[in-house]
Design a protein. Sequence first.
Length: 329
Amino acid sequence: MALDLETLTSFTVASEEQAWSKIIDHAMSICSTPLDAEKAPGEVTRRDRRVGELDHFLSSSAWELWQSFPHAAPRNADKIMQWWSAPYSAKALLILDGLSLREIPWLAEGAKARGFTVQTTAAYGAEIPSETNAFAKALGFGSRSQLQNNGGGRAHKLAPARTECIDLPWKDCTGLIDASPDWIFWHQWPDSKLHDGSGAGQGLDLLTRDIAAQLTGDDFWEFVDRLATGRRLVITSDHGYAATGMFTDAVDGAAAFLKGVLKSGRLVPGNHDAGHFSPPVALQMESEHGKYLLAVGRWKWKSQGGYPTLAHGGLSLLEMLCPFVELTK
């Protein structure tokens, strides 16, 4: 689907809720078609640039839509709690930390190839800010680490459930799944890999190759199979990530402002002057997690140690949208 004048107009004449629904659908139409492992790095880059057209629209003529995001875009944490409250006899939630819409094809096509039924393939909004512990708190946990070794307890919003948070190989994770009817399993990949390669010039290329290898591998799907045996399973994430190495260099006053307030990051907590730029390069926003100044759109700037090529926390679509894939077997 091309981002033509008719498509843009459909965003601007709709209500905020309708606009976000259309924008998310458009991003999904770009990202969700099947991928070939050998051609994946180039194709993922091409899709990233196509989503960039939407980001440009949202950071220029329609930047006010970002201000409506917390209440107008469907929220992933709310959708998870709604799904969890459904009368399924047993269920499992697999949170892959930092998984983005780019990875939906590997999950959907891989599931079909291995005998799963894909019940839902969707995308919903991350928290403001799009950071790990904000999402954990939205689900009622104190932090991600609370889930380790069944430490989630019964205090969270999804209780009762057995919990785990770990960054082990998939084979080792498979051995951790017991007969408990309800599971919440938070795996720190691919975010751990994302930060390992964030400073490299080919960050997206290297990450895409690793993701393709992991999500087409037997070890991962044997783990998923164990989680889904006797349970309805949702695979989702706490936030996505931006291929910031592909972003446009901010210039002059905007670059100086962004470097001065955000350093090498995409957000900063607290109440800050968002600068006097039109359209804005940063927005001051408030959520249940506090007040934050967030970078808007696809800008990068020179910073000490180099601006990372992979990052999250700002306002761009692939940072702020989470996949939601529901499977049964």
